[in-house]
Ligand binder design. Structure first.
Ligand code: SF4
Length: 342
């Protein structure tokens, strides 16, 4: 992005820039980058609005895949215990509690390589229907799936499907070998074709180069249409996984990725996702200034810790941020619960 006279009003890209240009964007002086991202953010989103989702693992562990960061892979000996697919009633009870906690979206994750037609998928469809009936937005992450499965999820009332690209193409094979990046793009095409909103992002701190981070952003920004939801995760190393000894990231890398994602995908909701337990309040606040406008609330993510609801309520309260409901930050109505923002 050219600066000069446009320093106070950063232009927006009309086409996705090259990977070289994104790498240069990520390397800009941090506060310049944050300033421009914050300016873009304010064009498209209410700057005090925070979308709050809550996540539940509906089927835990025992996955056939070899994702090097994942505590649920059967290939690694980790502290995570296998659990069968939950009952619909248990999921609905969790969703009710999430709504009471101030979440407006309920996300359900199953540790599957892919969706398989049969009684378990039918049960997930019932979960989606019943959670939707509570007035919550619905999201699932179930691994790869085909077109007919995506259409059945949409018919059940699914709003979002999460399927992350995880990392840049040049680093992908060092993290996952049992399914390809092309497989992931194919699933995202089925999601989009079925009329489901796309939630797709990545994970930082898996030994990737700055170039691979630029590739990840290029991959995400090049999805057409661009994703509505972009989670930016930081690796939470779990004992027993292949990446348990990964070098911790400097917090500024996360801020840079949030800021660049905001500039490159201006209308998306950017979620500051896994890894917030390792960030200071100040680091998170800088991410919110740079355009992160979505959080998971609740003590747990799928298998790792998340900041406590009281600490999140305290942080959002200190910053004057408010929980919102809806799909697009700038157009949202305040949910009015006040519970997320304390
Ligand atoms: S496919 Fe999902 S659940 Fe399975 S190992 Fe990879 S990240 Fe974990």
């Amino acid at each position: 992005m050219d600066r000069g006279a446009a320093a106070c009003e950063p232009p927006e890209y009309v086409a996705v820039p090259s990977i070289d240009a994104i790498e240069a964007l990520l390397a800009r002086p941090l506060l310049d980058l944050v300033y421009d991202a914050a300016t873009v953010h304010r064009r498209h989103h209410a700057p005090d609005a925070m979308q709050c989702s809550q996540l539940l693992s509906i089927k835990t562990g025992g996955c056939s895949e070899d994702c090097g960061y994942c505590s649920q892979s059967a290939r690694f000996k980790t502290p995570v215990e296998r659990e069968a697919l939950l009952d619909v009633e248990a999921v609905v009870a969790n969703a009710r509690q999430a709504r009471a906690n101030g979440a407006d979206r309920f996300c359900m994750g199953a540790a599957w390589r892919e969706v398989k037609d049969g009684p378990e998928f039918d049960r997930v469809l019932r979960m989606v229907q019943e959670v939707k009936a509570l007035g919550l937005e619905t999201c699932v992450t179930l691994g790869m799936m085909n077109g007919p499965q995506a259409r059945r999820l949409r018919a059940a009332g699914l709003d979002y499907y999460n399927h992350n690209l995880d990392t840049g193409a040049s680093h992908y094979d060092q993290v996952i070998t049992t399914h390809s990046l092309a497989d992931r793009f194919a699933t995202l095409e089925h999601v989009r074709a079925a009329g489901i909103h796309v939630c797709s992002g990545g994970i930082l701190g898996m030994g990737e180069t700055p170039r691979a981070r630029a590739e990840l952003l290029h991959q995400l920004a090049s999805l057409s249409p661009q994703p509505e939801s972009v989670p930016i995760n930081t690796l939470v190393p779990v004992a027993g996984t292949r990446l348990e000894g990964a070098t911790p990231l400097d917090w500024t890398v996360v801020v840079r990725m949030v800021a660049a994602a905001r500039i490159l995908i201006p209308r998306a909701v950017i979620r500051l996702s896994a890894g917030r337990t390792g960030m200071t309040e100040e680091g998170q606040a800088l991410c919110f200034l740079a355009g992160a406008n979505s959080l998971f609330i609740g003590d747990e993510l799928l298998t790792t810790q998340n900041p406590s609801p009281s600490s999140d309520a305290s942080l959002l309260g200190k910053l004057g941020l408010r929980a919102v409901a809806g799909a697009s930050g700038g157009d949202r109505e305040a949910c009015g619960s006040g519970r997320c923002a304390g």
